[in-house]
Design a binder for this molecule. Structure first.
Ligand code: ATP
Ligand code: MG
Length: 385
């Protein structure tokens, strides 16, 4: 009897013509996630089986697999020789410490196995009842616990009780690369994660206002990128010095347009970086109506300076929904560390909430946009996370 972990993928993406491409990507990511653990990965048609790992690595392996986009469920279990008594002993072992309403479900891929599915289920169910008197009651409809037996064609049988929900989605890289505008806040890391789930590899772009914002604020973003990079299978982080642009806006434009102007510069620079490095989309953590800069008018203004698609996966999220995901993916604790964002520098008392396009253009005409962008592009720091 060996401990194993079954990895299942979503059947939908296995149906199309892209099946082999998807599976190849997924397999690479699984191997990468498991590269630090000694193990064997067996590929079968619809799933993967991880075996021969060290007992002490079990938790670490499950945690690593939960960060692989494209894996839908995981089942820790056992692999035994396909022999009735061995299967039964294994099932009894797997049910140790449990109690309640249960049933046994057998799937027999090996048609040469001496018992039919129903016969084996009845035999193993009976053995479990005798092994733990009083602990279990058989319940065929809606049981609390299902013991699954999977008799495979290679002479081995898998026994498991648990099905753990994993990340879901489709494999990283199958939807190209997106440039995530990454602040130190709660929203943008979650937005990045959501796009990873849909197969998009991430690059991060952070706008930093040194010396108004300090080294700690930058380190925080590097840390967030580090957490995201586990979902994204690595990630490049571009740190853009935004101070001169902000000072120019502050000096020349009407105060209430500060944020509107900043957003337009951020979008343009992000798009240019994306175009230089294979990016196909911009990703932001915006949510409609959350703050003044996220009204439909503000979004129209910042959106109009780029032609690349802008993905805003949180657009219809309530903050609490976002926080829940941030906690689940492990970015929340870092995001709530106190820090200054470049957007909080020169923050106007009364920012325009619904900027009119003609006014925006009039304000922007006071600046040498191209020169400011070029200068910022020359001073970019790149960190491989
Ligand atoms: P977040 O929690 O992601 O900071 P937020 O609710 O604070 O979002 P804003 O500050 O209005 O919202 O920012 C909206 C979006 O603009 C962010 O989600 C992020 O994608 C982008 N953004 C804001 N500040 C920066 C920055 N300093 N560097 C890069 N992107 C930024
Ligand atoms: Mg923010």
């Amino acid at each position: 009897m060996k401990k194993i972990i079954i990895i299942r993928v979503c059947e939908i993406f296995l149906k199309g013509k892209n099946r082999f491409y998807f599976l190849k990507l997924l397999e690479e990511h699984i191997e990468k996630a498991l590269s630090v653990f000694p193990h064997e990965l067996e590929k079968t048609q619809m799933r993967y089986i991880v075996g021969n790992f060290l007992e002490g690595d079990f938790e670490g392996i499950v945690a690593a697999l939960k960060k692989v986009s494209g894996i839908h469920t995981l089942s820790p279990g056992y692999s035994v020789e396909s022999e009735v008594s061995k299967i039964s002993d294994c099932a009894i072992f797997a049910m140790n410490g449990r109690k309640g309403y249960f049933k046994v479900e057998t799937n027999r891929a090996d048609k040469k196995f001496p018992l039919h599915s129903v016969e084996l289920s009845a035999k193993v169910g009976g053995d479990i009842l005798s092994a733990y008197p009083g602990a279990f009651t058989v319940k065929v409809k809606d049981p609390e616990l299902v013991l699954n037996i999977d008799i495979r064609e290679n002479g081995r049988t898998l026994v498991y009780t648990e099905v753990i929900k994993a990340m879901g989605g489709i494999p990283i890289g199958s939807s190209g690369k997106g440039f995530l505008m990454l602040s130190g806040g709660i929203d943008s890391p979650v937005a990045g994660y959501m796009m990873c789930k849909r197969g998009m590899k991430l690059s991060g772009v952070h706008f930093h206002s040194y010396p108004y914002t300090g080294e700690a604020a930058k380190q925080k973003v590097v840390e967030l990128a580090g957490i995201l990079s586990e979902y994204s299978c690595g990630m490049k982080l571009y740190i853009v010095k935004f101070t001169e642009i902000q000072e120019a806006i502050h000096e020349k434009c009407s105060e209430e347009f500060m944020i509107t102007m900043m957003r337009r510069f951020m979008m343009r620079i992000t798009e240019r970086l994306a175009l230089k490095d294979g990016g196909q989309a911009i990703i932001t953590g915006e949510s409609l109506g959350q703050v003044a800069s996220q009204t439909v008018e503000s979004i129209t203004s910042s959106n109009s300076v780029v032609s690349m698609p802008v993905f805003r996966p949180l657009i219809a999220f309530d903050k609490l929904d976002t926080i829940e995901i941030a906690q689940k993916i492990g970015t929340f604790e870092t995001s709530i560390l106190p820090y200054e964002d470049c957007c909080t520098i020169f923050l106007p008392k009364f920012p325009v909430i619904k900027p009119k396009m003609e006014k925006v253009l009039k304000e922007e005409a006071k600046l040498d946009v191209e020169q400011l962008i070029e200068k910022a592009m020359e001073q970019i720091e790149i960190i491989e996370v």
